[in-house]
Design a protein around this ligand. Sequence first.
Ligand SMILES: [Mg+2]
Length: 330
Amino acid sequence: MVMPERTIENYLIDMDGVLVHEEHPIAGADTFIAGITAAGLGFLVLTNNSIYTARDLSARLSRSGLEIPPERIWTSALATALFLHTQRPGGSAYVVGEAGLTTALHDIGYVLSDSSPDYVVLGETRTYSFEAITRAVRLVRGGARFIATNPDPTGPSVEGLLPATGAVAAMITKATGVTPYFVGKPNPLMMRSALNTLSAHSETTVVIGDRMDTDVVAGLEAGMDTVLVLSGITTHADVERFPYRPTAVVDSIARVPVGRDVRTIDGALTPLAAAPRRPAAAATPDDAAPAATPRRRGAAITNAVTAFGRQPPAEATPTGQETPVPPRPQ
Ligand SMILES: [Mg+2]
């Protein structure tokens, strides 16, 4: 059966781990962006980071050698502002966050206030104050609705990991008993709002990301094909641990063909076929032996069905060969 090629018109591209590592560009990212731009395809660069405005991020990416106009950047702060605008236009909010978030809320006509606001909105910041957290706790206890830009418990920095929005949200939750509504990834709302911003359709849009638990699951739930790149936080062995799969797995964005159906990428690593049976450190002489015939046959079946974008049959999954372990903390 020949599978009809799917037309691709737009991309939603995660930023960290796909285009850049901190300040450093990932090889092939500039070529890919230039390629889709030249082909007249639409795209948005996505980030859960709500510290910076799109203009700030555009300038930072430019210093890394990537020319992305501000209107091509979609942050969790922008998604949060759009969400509040559609829910309660012209409302008020007490914000714990940085310019990326306060600017986004101002731009949709919100009033920032610490007196009986409609919402407490928590975003990423490097200058949390006890006073601001206390104010947020009192307002939430007093009836303000609690929104957070993203659930990430930690974030990266040059010096090491940092506590992020999810960790501070947990502190406010503990003090109030109120859990926030998180707008950023993995909430598919982040993807839906990006699609709406592009006037794009899910069937002709591809998500490219480096995390199974945010980019891939959110893209999947928003109805899009997903490409997992291994240039970021996820290793190939991690992929099989999740109860869902990306459409394709590739080493980096350099392997994603511009404007082409991602279900049949040449040289794509299929999620199941090449994954090791156990971590190398736990290998025994028995493990080092060539895989048994049933496993190889299973891998071949998996390859074939993956090419047709379907789930493998049950017998394609090796059984009794490994003890499942949960995904490692990321
Ligand atoms: Mg990422």
